[in-house]
Design a protein around this ligand. Structure first.
Ligand code: GPP
Ligand code: MG
Length: 274
């Protein structure tokens, strides 16, 4: 099975195989749980008066809160359940899911470096029999039909065609299985992507979808939404803090502009496989 099937996918793998950004590594070192997504919730602004480390810890706390909210939406998962973290980064959300539910978690990534990093983490944490990471493509996962109780994408759907993605999930999710994604999507009401959204696309080499594309592709693939939560207001404080931190990457203004001008939403969608 060939994993990287297009020049586009190869360029994404190259990006993540090189990535060593302090905004991800220094935050991960706070607790040993490494995230590749943004944060939600109110900021404790008193951290700005303290040492740099306090700001890093606060950003990490908000990113961890984001992953907790995603897991809240998976519903009841038995210790015998099986979950898939699709686009698993350095494994943060996978380890949190295993801790919460005690279940088996597989993570997949098209970056071999991320797969190796997170498998090393699984060994250090003593959970390598329960949490495993694989070099695989989310459009062709190799998992057995109907074998999963839950799947999530924590900010990774903007790298793939949603029709192909949800067709694959409809195949591998068991009937009644839950799908959850947190994503940034552009606002169809405003027409084409705004300049700020285009800047985000260029920065990460991704292709942010319109909001409508999620619901159309879900409806076409036996995925019925049960919850849609607009997290836009909840993520703005994270970006305001990040913009003032020593680990800002230069993309902060684009996110703040896109969220504030209404052209971009930060959305959680939970759906059941029928
Ligand atoms: C964050 O990862 C997520 C992405 C790169 C996908 C784009 C997300 C959108 C909502 C548009 P990261 O934690 O590696 O990013 P950064 O290095 O900027 O913190
Ligand atoms: Mg990050």
């Amino acid at each position: 099975m060939s994993i990287l099937t297009t020049a586009y996918q190869q360029s994404i793998a190259d990006y993540w195989n090189k990535e060593e950004s302090p905004v991800n590594l220094r935050l991960g070192e706070v607790s040993g749980t490494y995230h590749h997504h943004y944060g939600i919730g109110a900021v404790d602004w008193s951290v700005l008066g303290g040492p740099d480390e306090r700001i890093i810890e606060e950003m990490h706390r908000l990113e961890t809160a984001q992953a907790e909210l995603l897991l809240d939406h998976l519903g009841v998962i038995e210790p015998t359940g099986r979950l898939l973290d699709s686009g698993s980064g350095r494994g943060g959300t996978s380890f949190m899911a295993n801790q919460r539910f005690g279940c088996h978690v597989d993570g997949i990534s098209i970056s071999q470096k991320q797969v190796d990093f997170s498998n090393d983490q699984a060994r250090r944490r003593g959970v390598k029999d329960r949490v495993r990471f694989h070099f695989r493509n989310m459009l062709d996962t190799g998992f057995k039909t109907g074998s999963l109780n839950g799947i999530w994408n924590n900010e990774s759907t903007m790298y793939v065609d949603l029709s192909k993605l949800f067709a694959e999930y409809a195949r591998i999710l068991a009937p009644g299985g839950r799908y959850v994604c947190i994503t940034g999507c552009y606002n169809d009401v405003y027409g084409h992507p705004s300049k700020a959204v285009s800047q985000i696309n260029t920065h990460y080499i991704c292709d942010i979808h319109p909001r409508s594309a999620y619901f159309r592709a879900m409806a076409d693939n036996r995925l019925v939404p049960i919850n849609v939560v607009d997290l836009t207001e909840a993520t703005i404080p994270y970006w305001e803090l990040r913009a003032q931190s020593t680990v800002a990457t230069g993309i902060e203004e684009a996110f703040l502009n896109a969220y504030k001008d209404g052209s971009f939403h930060y959305l959680l969608i939970a759906a059941d496989r029928i």
